[in-house]
Ligand binder design. Structure first.
Ligand code: MN3
Length: 250
């Protein structure tokens, strides 16, 4: 089963990041519950998507109801996240983080290695895909308790591996700054892996690399470059450049 660039999937992510919606809705899984087996079992996917992600989504709507955040996009909500109760931060993050998580996963065989421009930028940033994989895994193992590990694009257009606690998202404006635009994220909460792996988080992290949809990650990388106005023709372009029109052509 091949999942490559799908306009519907990407349109969803772009819409989600840029356009306001009145109520947030739980996006359907882009595959069946058992599609990630044997690495993530069907029961885990079903509970994780339908109940955990569903609950974050519903609770986000409740948390923003009647506040000035109602009708804003999740990215606009992240701009003001420090001004609202923890329920907005926890459920807004939980909603957005899982949107990304389900999109960047895919059945084994979809893409065993990075593809497109993200492949070359990973090579030039980290030396090789294998070195990147080790660094990402080490960062994941360093998260104590519940949280996430991310590959983000920073405002200066470079890549960075970072982690967040609980359901924080790298785009949340916290203490005056954001960590970056996430293009890959791994859920390290026990609910993501416990039924199959119990305490063996290291195996869950190792197996994650078999089920990444690098076509989607590459598309998100292009979205991030566009978001920050990076010059698509050069690596680590300086800040402040106008978005290049030719990046819109896909
Ligand atoms: Mn989760």
């Amino acid at each position: 089963m091949q999942i490559k660039r799908k306009n519907s999937t990407l349109a969803y992510i772009k819409t989600e990041l840029k356009n306001p919606t009145k109520m947030f809705e739980l996006p359907p899984l882009p595959y069946t519950y058992d599609a990630l087996e044997p690495y993530i079992d069907a029961t885990t996917v079903e509970i994780h998507h339908d109940r955990h992600h569903g609950t974050y989504t519903g609770a986000l709507n409740v948390a923003i109801k009647g506040t000035p955040l109602e009708g804003k996009s999740i990215i606009e909500i992240f701009d003001e996240i420090e001004n609202y109760p923890a329920a907005v931060r926890n459920n807004g993050g939980g909603y957005a983080n899982h949107n990304l998580y389900w999109q960047i996963l895919a059945p084994k065989g979809t893409s065993e290695r990075p593809v497109g421009e993200i492949a070359s930028i990973i090579d030039s940033t980290y030396g090789s895909y294998e070195i990147f994989r080790d660094k990402f895994s080490d960062a994941a193992m360093g998260v104590f308790g519940s949280g996430w590990v991310w590959l983000v694009v920073k405002p200066d257009c470079s890549l960075e591996i970072c982690t967040t606690a609980l359901q924080d998202n790298p785009m949340m404006l916290l203490g005056g700054s954001r960590k970056g635009y996430p293009i890959l994220g791994l859920d390290l909460w026990e609910h993501a892996y416990y039924l199959s792996y119990q305490n063996r988080r290291v195996e869950y992290i190792k197996n994650f690399f078999h089920i990444i949809n690098w076509y989607i990650v590459d598309s998100l990388y292009h979205d991030a470059l566009l978001y920050y106005g990076c010059d698509n023709d050069s690596t680590n372009a300086p800040l402040g450049k106008e978005p290049q029109q030719d990046m819109e052509k896909e």
